[in-house]
Design a protein around this ligand. Sequence first.
Ligand code: AMP
Length: 419
Amino acid sequence: MADSIYRAPKGTRDILWPDSARWRALVEAFADVVGAAGYTQVVPPMFEHVEVFRRLGDATDVVAKEMYEFLDKGGRSIALRPEQTASVVRVFAEHRPVVPWKVWYTGPNFRYERAQKGRFRQFDQVGVEALGPDDPHLDAEVIALAWRFYERLGLRQVTLLLNSLGNPDDRSRYVDALTAHFSADADALSEESRTTLATNPLRVLDSRRPEDADLVAAAPEMLDFLSDDAAVHFARVRGALDALGIPYTVSPRLVRGLDYYLRTTFEFVAEALDAAQDAVGGGGRYDRLAEEMGAPPTPGVGFALGVDRTLLACDAEGVFDAPATVIDVFVVDTCGGDEAVLLTDEVRRAGMRVDRAWDDRSMKAQMKAADRSGAAIALIVGEDERSSGTVTVRDLRGDAGQQAVPRAELIETLQTRLP
Ligand code: AMP
């Protein structure tokens, strides 16, 4: 069905309060967790020259089928970013910051996907990238940050899947072995997997089609193809996670959707969600990407977590509720509104959240609005208050009643009465 003009386009959605408040709280919690580890925020543009994303691999669905590409009015080939690692590495290659360069980001990505629950054409992620060190402890730090972030949200049913895709040579030996394995029995594969085999043999491992299940189960495992140094790196990552008490499952078939991963790769799965949308985040090492974008050879590791999916997982576990209130204080002015203009400004400047009624409504209508606002306290100014230089402070939720407070003592009174 064609999109109706005055509705959000297919695969997008509007986020209103209270979801928007919860969304912001999630990003703030993330900024807190990664900020405490020395990661600084980077804000790349939402579109790049299309070549930046070609680095993700022409055979990946994200690039070949799902990218929003267009020629701008100056004739440049532009793509809306389908993910942010490539953008961040482009930032690194362009600015050459001192390493280790540890950054975090948040914002929307765009993929022309089949829209469904938890799968959007515009979706947000939070993520980190750390460039410079080759140290397996950095892989462990990055993974641990995601883990601590989930803990901070209150999520308890997240599984960490871990794999190593080895060095480039290991990976190509493995791809050859996989190709041989699947080609020997290609007739038994689904048609889709036969196509995938020709372009991107690793991705055949991702097939969920029943007719592929036996061949996928019998496929060689990446971990048997690791060179010594890749195996040592992987063992040290695991050792650090063990020491931190972060549980993981080694998952030899985990290949992930993007082509740039080498060595450590990981994914977070929310057990409380249905299989179609249970991947809440993932990442890994991409030690060649910076070099491919013209920087000196610089290893890198990072992850991206889907904001929408993470919030769905929070719903499913009943954690990380939206903040309950929007404002603390509501001003009711029955003298024509001038006092409301001054009071709202004064109390806001003292750091409290304040709203008021509009359009000179009756006292009764204004009190109704005060109740609806969720504020804990109403400030009422009528003729009596105005002539005596006071404000009536009324408790809207508890049983503290009301009191007339001299204007000069108002802020102090509010500060003691608000939690
Ligand atoms: P990726 O960049 O493909 O590695 O995805 C990282 C995370 O982003 C996934 O685990 C999902 O949580 C989220 N994600 C990816 N694609 C979508 C989408 N189309 N809609 C919503 N979330 C997505």
